[in-house]
Write a protein that binds this ligand. Structure first.
Ligand SMILES: C[S@@+](CC[C@H](N)C(=O)[O-])C[C@H]1O[C@@H](n2cnc3c(N)ncnc32)[C@H](O)[C@@H]1O
Length: 285
C-alpha cells in the first residue's frame, strides 16, 4: 500500500509511467514501532483527479483507518489503484456474463466500476465504508449508469446482503487496505486475521454456491496472500495442507500474474487471485 511517497512520486521530474510499481521505504526520520510495516510497494495511480493532492499518511497503517479514507475522499475525485479495467479485462471477462450479479467491495472513487458497466455488465453493486465516497459516486453515476448501486457497507460485515445473491465479487486493493495493519507478515496482528477471515466468510456466503467467483487484485504475493484466502492463519499445520481448496470458505484457490507485463515495471507484479465456490476440492484427472 502507499505511504507519503505516493505524493512524492507524482511530483518527480522524471515520472514513472502510470501503472508502474515503485518501492516504498519508511521515513527513517520518524521511525517508530508502526513504521516496520511501511516496506510495501505501491503503483502510481493510473488516473488521479483531485482538488488538492492526495493526503499521504506518514504511516502505512493509516490506510487501514476509516477516518483516513473519509478525509481523503472529501478532496479527491478519482484515483485508480493498481490496475485499470482495461488492463484487467482479458482476465476478468471470462468469469462474467452480461447478466452476472457483481459486487465490488471497497470500490473507492476508482473509474473501474464505471468501465465495467460501460463494457456491458450493468448488474453491479458497489460497497465502501466511506459515506463520502458512496454519496459522491452515487451522484456522479446516477444519470449515465442508472442500474449501478452504491451502498455504504463494511466489507467485513456484509450481513445486509442475502446468501447466494451474487455471481461474482471483485476486490481491487481493498483487502490490501486491511493488510496495512498486519505489522508482521509472518505473524500478523490478530485483528487483521479476524477482519480478513470475516470478509472472506461473508463473500463466500453471498456468492452462489455452485461456481460463484471471488476475484481479488492485489500487490500481495501469493506466498503471503494465500494464507488469508485459504484460511491458514490460526489453523496450526494448515500450511502443509492442500493449497488449492479452502474448506472454511468452500472455494478453490489459484493465483495468476495480473495485467500486462509493462504494468509491473520489472520490479513488483500485480496478482489476480481467483476463488471459485465449490463443495469439494478440485481433483486432477
Ligand atoms: C486502496 S483503496 C482501493 C479503491 C478501489 N477499489 C481501487 O481499486 O481504486 C481501498 C478502498 O477500500 C475501502 N475500505 C477499506 N476498508 C474497508 C472496509 N472494511 N469496508 C469497506 N471498504 C473498505 C476504502 O474506503 C477505499 O475506498
Amino acid at each position: 500500500m502507499s505511504t507519503r511517497d505516493e505524493h512524492a512520486v507524482s511530483q518527480r521530474k522524471t515520472q514513472p509511467q502510470t501503472g508502474d510499481a515503485v518501492a516504498i521505504t519508511p521515513n527513517h526520520d520518524t521511525v517508530d514501532d508502526d513504521s516496520r510495516d511501511s516496506f510495501k510497494s505501491f503503483t502510481v495511480p493510473r488516473s488521479t483527479s483531485s482538488k488538492v493532492p492526495p493526503v499521504v499518511p506518514k504511516l502505512n497503517s493509516t490506510y487501514g483507518s476509516h477516518d483516513y479514507w473519509e478525509d481523503r475522499f472529501e478532496n479527491e475525485d478519482s484515483f485508480e489503484w493498481l490496475l485499470s479495467y482495461e488492463q484487467l479485462a482479458a482476465q476478468i471477462e471470462p468469469h462474467l456474463l452480461p447478466v452476472s450479479r457483481i459486487l465490488v467491495v471497497g470500490c473507492g472513487n476508482a473509474p473501474f466500476s464505471a468501465d465495467l458497466y460501460d463494457a456491458g455488465y450493468h448488474n453491479i453493486v458497489n460497497v465502501d465504508y466511506s459515506e463520502t465516497v458512496i454519496a459522491n459516486m452515487q451522484q456522479r453515476h446516477l444519470t449515465e449508469r442508472p442500474q449501478m448501486e452504491w451502498l455504504v457497507m463494511d466489507m467485513t460485515d456484509l450481513s445486509a446482503l442475502m446468501d447466494a445473491s451474487f455471481d461474482v465479487v471483485i476486490d481491487k486493493a481493498a483487502m490490501d487496505a486491511i493488510m496495512t495493519k498486519e505489522v508482521d507478515v509472518w505473524n500478523p496482528h490478530a485483528s487483521v486475521v479476524r477482519a480478513s477471515r470475516d470478509m472472506c466468510r461473508h463473500i463466500s456466503r453471498i456468492l452462489r454456491p455452485d461456481g460463484g467467483v471471488f476475484l481479488q487484485i492485489s500487490l500481495a504475493q501469493p506466498h503471503f496472500r494465500k494464507r488469508y484466502l485459504l484460511a491458514w492463519h490460526g489453523n496450526p499445520g494448515a500450511d502443509e495442507a492442500d493449497d488449492s481448496y479452502a474448506a472454511d470458505f468452500g472455494w478453490t484457490y489459484r493465483a495468476e500474474a495480473a495485467g500486462r507485463p509493462e504494468s509491473s515495471a520489472g520490479m513488483f507484479g500485480h496478482f489476480l487471485y481467483v476463488m471459485i465456490k465449490s463443495t469439494r476440492p478440485v481433483t486432477s484427472t
